[in-house]
Design a protein around this ligand. Structure first.
Ligand SMILES: NC(=O)C1=CN([C@@H]2O[C@H](COP(=O)(O)OP(=O)(O)OC[C@H]3O[C@@H](n4cnc5c(N)ncnc54)[C@H](OP(=O)(O)O)[C@@H]3O)[C@@H](O)[C@H]2O)C=CC1
Ligand SMILES: C[C@H]1O[C@H](OP(=O)(O)OP(=O)(O)OC[C@H]2O[C@@H](n3cnc4c(=O)[nH]c(N)nc43)[C@H](O)[C@@H]2O)[C@@H](O)[C@@H](O)C1=O
Length: 324
């Protein structure tokens, strides 16, 4: 029987300052874990193999949540693919190798549903991986994510390492990145709609046609799923984490418009990419394991807008105000 995380165990959360990392630290503390190890990228650049090896030898974590990555929305991914490929390959390879070398008890690797083929049958099943071409706008990032899954699975096969991979759908929530050019759709629209309401702007730009469908999972549900998987799953292969419900960008923009209380018009900018037309996850595997999401999109949007309004001017990505 494999050991399960105990309250005093040394737990390293890589990427603790990010959307997911922040939520993981919140969830771990709420569950009574007191020995949580963190490092910001300025203290420990995970692309630097020597620095990562020294850190692991020094801190000797027993559990690792790999939530550090170069992450961005459709614009960042499609305009800086080399950075997304290189950074994410290096981060994953260095952390997974160092975890193996010191004998980490268990590691959970965060992937993304953009690993699946653009034209895969929907909802996306885990066995669709590598069955077709990837979505062009985030192919570089997706290849790095797929490589990380393969590393975890081959370290399990060759060395017996208990390294697992979770594939979250699109995430949102407190602590997100609100940079207008680098962020994902929900934080970008929240910021744009709040600004437009304050400035009484007649229209707000929504990128693309508004027709793509997306699934949105609140980051606190994801953190809950990560603790669940760390405690209960020791199998190779990606495990989807999502709500199993999707809606169009137009519909979600209308929802955010209502939550924010903006009365102007949405203007759809066809010069911006739509990206993949749909990517809803098949969540039957994680449901069968006993986990379900709890936060509805309505509740999640309401608490995220409230969080943003309470932290406005001090959230990640606002420092460089670039109109999107
Ligand atoms: N957001 C989303 O919609 C989704 C995210 N995911 C996955 O979840 C994980 C976390 O994403 P998310 O929290 O949104 O990302 P964020 O950008 O919010 O956070 C990423 C974190 O990674 C750290 N990081 C980046 N580069 C380095 C580096 N070279 N060395 C050390 N740390 C680094 C950053 O640290 P610092 O702040 O100190 O610079 C940052 O806090 C990723 O693996 C992502 O692929 C999956 C699906 C959807
Ligand atoms: C999360 C997952 O998936 C990500 O891909 P994505 O889902 O295509 O990312 P996105 O959230 O940036 O866009 C979703 C849709 O929304 C539309 N859209 C409208 N208006 C804005 C807008 O203002 N900003 C953004 N970013 N998109 C907008 C946008 O045009 C697109 O049609 C990967 O980057 C990758 O990070 C990954 O892991």
């Amino acid at each position: 029987m494999r050991p399960v995380m105990q309250p005093g165990d040394r737990i390293y959360v890589a990427g603790h300052r990010g959307l997911v990392g922040n939520a993981l630290v919140r969830a771990l503390k709420a569950d009574g874990y007191t020995n949580i190890i963190t490092r910001g990228s300025r203290e420990l650049d995970l692309r630097d193999q020597g620095a990562v090896q020294d850190f692991f030898e020094q801190e000797r974590p027993q559990y690792v949540f790999l939530a550090a990555a170069k992450v961005g929305g459709i614009h960042a991914n499609s305009t800086r693919p080399a950075e997304f490929l290189y950074d994410n390959l290096m981060i994953a390879a260095n952390v997974i190798q160092a975890a193996h070398e010191i004998g980490v008890t268990k590691l959970l690797n965060l992937g993304s549903t953009c690993i699946y083929p653009r034209d895969a049958a929907q909802p996306l099943r885990e066995d669709a991986l590598l069955t077709g071409p990837l979505e062009e706008t985030n192919r570089a990032y997706a290849v790095a994510k797929i490589a990380a899954i393969e590393l975890c699975d081959q370290y399990r096969a060759q060395y017996g390492d208990d390294f697992i991979s979770a594939m979250p759908t699109n995430l949102y929530g407190p602590g997100d990145n609100f940079d207008l050019m680098g962020s994902h759709v929900l934080p970008a629209l929240i910021r744009k709609l709040v600004d437009a309401r304050e400035e009484n702007a007649p229209t707000v730009s929504v990128w693309g046609s508004g027709t793509p469908l997306r699934e949105f999972l609140h980051v606190d549900d994801l953190a809950d799923a990560c603790l669940f998987l760390m405690r209960h799953v020791s199998e190779p292969g990606p495990i989807n984490v999502g709500t199993g419900q999707d809606l169009s960008i137009r519909e979600v923009a209308d929802k955010i418009k209502g939550v924010v209380g903006y009365s102007g018009e949405l203007a759809f900018d066809a010069s911006k990419p739509d990206g993949t037309p749909r990517k809803i996850t098949d969540v039957s595997r994680i449901h069968a394991l006993g986990w379900h999401h709890r936060i509805s999109l309505e509740e999640g949007l309401s608490n995220t807008v409230a969080w943003y309004l309470a932290h406005r001017g001090r959230v990640r990505g606002e420092a460089v105000a670039v109109a999107g």
